[in-house]
Design a protein around this ligand. Structure first.
Ligand SMILES: *Cc1c(COP(=O)(O)O)cnc(C)c1O
Length: 335
């Protein structure tokens, strides 16, 4: 069942005090480029360094104390959110990830006390292990995006943004499985139906974009990307996030690895913020001119800061970054 407005209000209560209202700050530098006010919703400031704590907290709050524990597959941040939320409830947490997930993310989850299973080369491989362990050990699955309580949790971001700035005219949302975009769009469009919601993904392995074009979920090939947290499919049996994105998103834009690289530099040098690749795609869309004709004020969500520091320092220093068989050429940042 799809989440509704009552679910979003209840989620705001369930996560209060843990995943709280993050700041939304104006960016003078990006506003000058856009010709309209640009605001950054700083979900990289959440306790686990990413917004996924919201959906995970809300889903875990629905479980009973005698539950055997929780399990999820993850590209990194969802696992961290689930591990954090489970630890607060004293519940066992198991996180299944492919070997595409960066080391920094894996270690962050391990540090929260979760059991880690590295399985295969894709989210689909990790999901197969989740199903196996659910059946074998009676664990409760918390899906990364295709779940009513997870979407309602992520939706609280949209509710907070509209409460802070009812005059927003566009929200640019990093898009992978679509739990975030679906939730934010539901909350924000309920507050202001004329608001435009634009999803942004990387152009290599953009699962939701391919699904929207095909009119149904499709298999995509997962490849390494600076936006590692946007990798993975949407599930061929997708129940909620595909339909919600189809019905609520006004557009989906794809950005290149080079555009993500430059956006990460710009966010760091202009705003002194650490934004992981997946969280920089909104600014990448703006800087590349791909947003097309824009009206303001515009907000984008800086969704996380969990990146490998060795990669980040290379980007800050203008050095090239190698992702599997693809190399993003170095580029020195100039104001
Ligand atoms: C998960 C994630 C997203 C995308 O969220 P979906 O609900 O899968 O679309 C964006 N940014 C970061 C940092 C994430 O971890």
């Amino acid at each position: 069942m799809k989440p509704n407005l009552a679910d979003i209000t209840a989620a705001a209560g369930a996560i209060r005090g843990v995943a709280d209202n993050t700041p939304m700050i104006p960016s003078p530098a990006f506003s000058a480029i856009a010709g309209h006010e640009v605001l950054l919703k700083l979900e990289n400031m959440q306790p686990i360094g990413a917004f996924k704590l919201r959906g995970a907290m809300n889903a875990v709050s629905k479980l009973s104390d005698d539950c055997a524990g929780v399990i999820c597959c993850s590209t990194g941040n969802h696992g961290r959110g689930v591990a954090f939320a489970a630890a607060r409830r004293g519940l066992r947490a198991v996180v299944c990830m492919s070997d595409m997930v960066p080391k920094a993310k894996v270690e962050g989850i391990r540090a929260l006390g979760a059991e880690i299973h590295i399985c295969g080369q894709s989210q689909d491989d990790a999901q197969a292990e989740v199903l196996r362990l659910c059946a074998a050990e009676g664990l409760h699955e918390i899906p990364p995006f295709d779940d009513r309580h997870v979407i309602a949790g992520q939706a609280t971001i949209g509710a907070e943004m509209m409460a802070a700035r009812p005059d927003l005219s566009q929200i640019i949302v990093p898009l992978s499985g679509g739990g975030l975009a679906a939730g934010v769009a539901l909350a924000a469009k309920s507050a202001k139906p004329t608001l435009r919601i634009i999803g942004v993904s990387m152009d290599r392995g953009a699962a939701m974009h391919s699904a929207l074009l095909a009119g149904q979920p499709v298999d995509i090939k997962e490849v390494p990307s600076l936006a590692d947290s946007l990798g993975g499919g949407i599930g061929t049996d997708n129940r909620l996030s595909f339909q919600m994105c189809r019905d609520l998103l006004d557009d989906v834009i794809l950005v290149t690895e080079e555009e993500i690289y430059r956006a990460m530099q710009a966010i760091y040098f202009q705003e002194r913020l650490v934004a992981e690749g997946g969280s920089a795609v909104g600014i990448a869309a703006l800087l590349s001119g791909k947003l097309g004709e824009i009206s303001g004020p515009i907000a984008t969500i800086i969704t996380g800061r969990n990146l490998d520091m060795s990669v980040f320092t290379r980007i800050v220093n203008g050095q090239s970054v190698t992702l599997g068989d693809y190399t993003v050429k170095g580029h020195t940042y100039e104001k």
